[in-house]
Design a protein. Structure first.
Length: 603
């Protein structure tokens, strides 16, 4: 069993040695928070002795300086260039009093001066940003840079390393960004693209093109979590490639003063998605669709006939059933509705918002039909799930395989899309024969106390609760989100790319050596708590992994036993996310679909 790593930091800090080399200062603003985009966070870095700035909270930040007399005076003089100096105080702070999170982040932020052609880094507004040329987005017509995406490297309060995509968008694209009356475009700090192709604060009288830190509407930029393609450049342009580079630079720079690594989990239970699982699920899906009436509904009606005909052929190849094409839905069958992009329905009747009394799934017209097979396969899965929800009976999974001889309930909290920001709690109870029922509980149901009401109390004030599971005895296991995610063997992968040979990362042996924290479903115990994660399917995996495998904690409620291990196979299915595993037991998907069918939920 190969250990896998998580993003929980394992570190050494020689505080005495660090104190001999550096001074640290806490800059604090009395009572009020710093102004939005305050220059106070950036002007200190103009001083040669200033190594790093770390934004702490609304009214405080830390400054790390090379050891020297008069550092406080130098810092004060730098801050006098801002209009907030009269409200600032700089109390003395010893490095021994600085918490581990802040000290590690300050040391990381010093890497803002260690850029090279492959990876450029800067310490901007108290944050650490990493840039690559691959992440620049240019205008197709003029070739001008419209967006600059980067990765922020952040140490969380739980001492985990977090990686987030941040995007700076040109002011020329502000009509593609939605602003609130409280925060119009003018209120955002302005940045310019420096000659190093990193973002920098815009000088007061500069006429350079300006950027703000915002995404375009419905146009989020994604950087793959991991890419293990043929060349090392593909790896280096992924999040994990950047993390490997950052950690290596940190350890090289600080030597014995400070060292970073990642925590390891050596004991765990694993559930692999085998060829037998895939074939069984395929057979069950074929049986679920057998005899179904599938109809393609053309809601575009202009230049859409050829598209519908091609979609008809693809569906027939996928499931052996040739759909009919029409404009009226089938109440008893499965309806694939061909529509335009959602934005095209701003001023006309929106087919997305119709409350159909039939089983319906939309597909957007256009695009390359090479990719439509996977999309239509996903559409068929969605239709069968919705059909199951209407009929209150599972057809995509043999529930008897779970071994549950009694009812099992799954519960979630949903936000309603209304002015009062009301919340509801919904539950699905699955019976031993695979049939199920739904229940909705309202927080105002004060005089209707039952096991479901007990479940709603778990959600109150706990935003990290993403679901609960209750057995027939009323015993509850709570699923909680954490800041944890798994890390592949990034340093071994870097070394492997230096060897002149074909890299077998995705073979069974390669997955075991390089990717134990990326593939399949694993459950483990740490510090008395039970955790699990759902990775990518190892068998036949692609070279690019889009997202990290987030780790979730299973918590017994009120001294209940943990029975969640019995539910692990409920995530080893690909009908929730086409050809990907689902991160929670699949009944939560059924519950979500029922809630969407019956309530106006906030997206």
């Amino acid at each position: 069993m190969t250990p896998f790593k998580t993003n929980a930091l394992k570190y050494n800090l020689d505080r005495k040695a660090i104190a001999k080399k550096y001074d640290v200062f806490l800059v604090k603003k009395d009572a009020k928070r710093f102004n939005r985009g305050t220059m106070c966070l950036d002007v200190p870095l103009m001083e040669k002795r200033v190594c790093a700035v770390r934004f702490d909270c609304e009214n405080t930040f830390y400054v790390l300086m090379d050891k020297g007399d008069g550092n406080k005076t130098l810092l004060l003089n730098a801050l006098k260039q801002t209009d907030e100096i009269d409200k600032i105080c700089i109390p003395s702070v010893r490095i021994s009093d600085v918490n581990d999170r802040t000290l590690i982040q300050l040391l990381l932020n010093t890497l803002g001066t260690s850029s090279n052609e492959r990876l450029r880094i800067n310490n901007l507004t108290g944050h650490l940003y990493c840039y690559k040329s691959d992440w620049l987005k240019k205008n197709a017509k003029e070739g001008l840079i419209e967006q600059v995406s980067c990765l922020e490297i952040l140490v969380t309060k739980d001492l985990c390393l977090n990686i987030s995509v941040r995007t700076f968008t040109s002011g020329k694209c502000k009509n593609q960004i939605i602003f609130s009356p409280k925060h119009p475009y003018e209120s955002y700090p302005k940045y310019v693209l420096s000659r190093f192709q990193t973002m920098a604060r815009k000088p007061k009288n500069s006429t350079e093109e300006e950027f703000i830190q915002r995404q375009k509407f419905h146009n989020k930029y994604n950087i793959p979590f991991l890419n293990i393609g043929k060349d090392k450049e593909s790896f280096e342009s992924s999040k994990m490639g950047v993390v490997a580079d950052i950690i290596q630079r940190f350890n090289d720079r600080f030597g014995d003063l400070a060292h970073l690594d990642f925590d390891e989990i050596s004991e765990y239970k694993s559930l692999e998605r085998t060829r037998a699982c895939i074939n069984e699920d395929k057979s069950i899906r074929t049986a679920a669709l057998d005899g179904m009436n599938i109809r393609i509904i053309d809601l575009v009606k202009e230049n859409s006939g050829e598209y519908c005909t091609k979609a008809q052929e693809v569906v027939e190849n996928l499931c052996g059933i040739k759909p009919t094409i029409g404009v009226n839905k089938s109440k008893d069958g499965l309806n694939i509705c061909v529509v335009l992009e959602k934005e095209k329905y701003k001023d006309v009747e929106d087919p997305y918002s119709k409350n159909y009394d039939a089983t319906v799934q939309h597909i957007t017209i256009g695009g390359d039909f090479k990719n439509k097979s996977a999309q239509l396969k996903s559409v068929l899965n969605e239709l069968v799930i919705k059909h199951d929800v209407r009929n209150k009976k599972l057809s995509l999974y043999d529930w008897t395989k779970t071994g549950f001889q009694n009812d099992v309930s799954f519960g979630m909290k949903f936000d309603l899309d209304d002015e009062n920001e009301k919340q509801i709690y919904c539950f699905v109870t699955i019976h031993p024969n695979g049939s199920f029922d739904f229940v909705k509980k309202d927080p105002t149901d004060l005089f209707d106390y039952d096991d479901y009401t007990k479940c709603t109390e778990i959600f109150a004030g706990n935003d990290d609760v993403c679901g609960i599971v209750m057995n027939h005895k009323g015993e509850i296991n709570v699923i909680r989100n954490t800041d944890w995610f798994t890390i592949p063997e990034i340093f071994k992968i870097r070394e492997e790319y230096e060897k002149e040979r074909v890299h077998e990362f995705r073979s069974k042996v390669g997955r075991e050596e390089f990717l134990p924290g990326v593939t399949d479903i694993k459950m483990f115990e740490k510090d008395g708590s039970i955790y699990y994660f759902v990775g990518t399917v190892g068998l036949g995996m692609q070279t690019s992994v889009a997202n990290a495998a987030n780790i979730r904690r299973i918590e017994p409620y009120d001294d209940a036993p943990i029975f969640f291990e019995q539910l692990l196979p409920l995530m080893n299915v690909d009908f929730v996310h086409n050809e990907r595993l689902t991160v929670r037991p699949f009944p939560f998907k059924y519950l979500t679909e029922w809630a969407r069918m019956n309530f106006d939920l906030k997206e």
